[in-house]
Design a protein around this ligand. Structure first.
Ligand SMILES: [Zn+2]
Length: 204
């Protein structure tokens, strides 16, 4: 590979984004290339220092605070010193949790400016309101390659579910509930555009 390369894997919940990330990393491993994984600390689903897909497979990951994405560069340099060679592949899961105003876009731009590096970033494109999530719109704009996955709609069975329906006590959550509620009592299901419900959404 002659230039740095950014791949973004996006889509709604239950669309298999982390599975796709893990699949690409398994290929890298079979190819004998070293890789490193980062994830924001706000993601409590996977537990500390690992990423986990819904089918149970998992890999070690380095936790980074959502307000300190530049730590990715520091940790990378430290791990490369330990390993003695550069990481050719850098994966970042749940990348939408880095806020748009954080330096995540600049960090990723710096990573892919190194000719030999491949960066794979995975994360949600839409939040529970169906609106663009965190830094994802910026990352889609600078990506060299985008894979957008859909899920199966929990209500009608359509294969084009692209919205994360948030439920609180089994009922669709209000537009006014906060964007990030990881680890609390709410649940999510994938829904298509027709079945997605958002009480309290202001009219355009
Ligand atoms: Zn549906």
């Amino acid at each position: 590979m002659n230039s740095g390369h950014l791949e973004v894997v996006t889509g709604t919940m239950f669309s298999g984004k982390t599975d796709e990330l893990l699949r690409r990393l398994r290929r890298v491993r079979i190819g004998g290339q070293p890789f490193i994984i980062f994830k924001p600390t706000v993601d409590t689903r996977s537990g500390k220092n690992r990423i986990k897909s819904y089918d149970g497979s998992e890999l070690e990951a380095h936790d980074v605070s959502v307000t300190r994405p530049k730590d990715i560069l520091t940790i990378l340099a430290r791990e490369e010193r330990k390993l003695g060679i550069p990481f050719k592949v850098i994966a970042i899961d749940e990348v939408q949790f880095f806020p748009r105003e954080s330096a995540i876009r600049q960090v990723i731009t710096a990573l892919v400016s190194d000719k030999s590096r491949r960066v794979i970033a995975a994360g949600l494109d839409r939040d529970f309101r169906g609106e663009p999530f965190g830094a994802m719109p910026d990352l889609l704009a600078i990506a060299d390659e985008i894979t957008k996955l859909t899920a199966v709609c929990k209500l009608c069975g359509s294969h084009q579910a692209c919205f994360p329906q948030r439920l609180i006590n089994g009922k669709p959550a209000s537009y006014r509930s906060p964007q990030i509620l990881v680890g609390s009592d709410e649940s999510y299901e994938a829904r298509c555009r027709n079945c997605f419900v958002l009480p309290g959404k202001p009219k355009v």
